[in-house]
Design a protein around this ligand. Sequence first.
Ligand code: SF4
Ligand code: SF4
Length: 328
Amino acid sequence: MNTVVFFKHPEKLATALSRVPFKELSGQQVLVKLHMGEKHNPYFMKPEFVKQVVDELKAIDADPFLFDTTVAYHGSRYTKEGYLKLASHHGFTPEQVGCEVVIDDTGVPTTVEGRTYEVATHLKQATHVLALSHVKGHIQTGMGGAIKNFGMGGVTKETKTRMHDGSYPVYHKDACTLCGVCAEACPFQAITVTKESWKYHKNKCLGCGACVDECPTDALRYQDADLQYLLACSAKACVRKKNIIYINELKRISRGCDCDPRAGPIICPDIGYLVATDPVAIDKATLDVIHTVKPDVFKKINKINPFKQVTYGEEIGLGSSQYQLIEV
Ligand code: SF4
Ligand code: SF4
């Protein structure tokens, strides 16, 4: 069974790392995967904590560098240069965190469960990784943690776009009974149903899949697959055959993603940090721990079941949801 270590305050970081095989990163070049923040979103993981992690890596003679990928939407992080500038503005510079900062815009095709994902080149080449995931809500996947950090954050913008596009619904009129369940399930009012008609407002749809999940007659299906399924597969393409320590930060838990300039409000009090070696176990533990503080908060706020990514991850062999929680 996986061990997931919980600690409340950053000063317990070294103790927590001593309870997982952190020393296996000793003497290695270590890619530190994290999101370095979007413009107008203050919730990203702070450089002070990241520096503490970098210092722990250096203390075991590892050679760390911070790493992330460009994004599919136009803005500061669309290009490597733009992202580096924004990262620097947020405090992620070699002077402040103590190591290089690298942004990738290219990828290597990697096939998982019959689909190909372009894993960022540096990530594909890395053998040792430390994953820093700031946990928050997400309007399309309910919650974003370790699985999403890799599943969306570890691949090229072309793969990001393809995954998003593949999760939009396709309507099959012959099977529709005009029951209206999909319209009620949609968090974005992208469907209207009357006694005579079914209407889809594509400009409002974010491909969250809630309507597909709830339709009782299979009249709605994915263009390709559920985004949370694609995330789990993509994460597997990113992390397999690597030696990885995962740290999830359960603080500044906002309704929306770190990518969203309007991600507020905060929907759960600060809790602390989790450390593990399995992305499925750490995300399951994250959801369980948050549930004890704010029951079903992601489902209530974002109307999306965030546990699907964990279930899919277990089904495809990304990891195991079984864990034992210990506190240090
Ligand atoms: S995929 Fe999500 S946003 Fe799009 S119509 Fe269905 S429920 Fe609404
Ligand atoms: S939930 Fe399915 S059957 Fe009911 S109105 Fe929507 S598409 Fe039609």
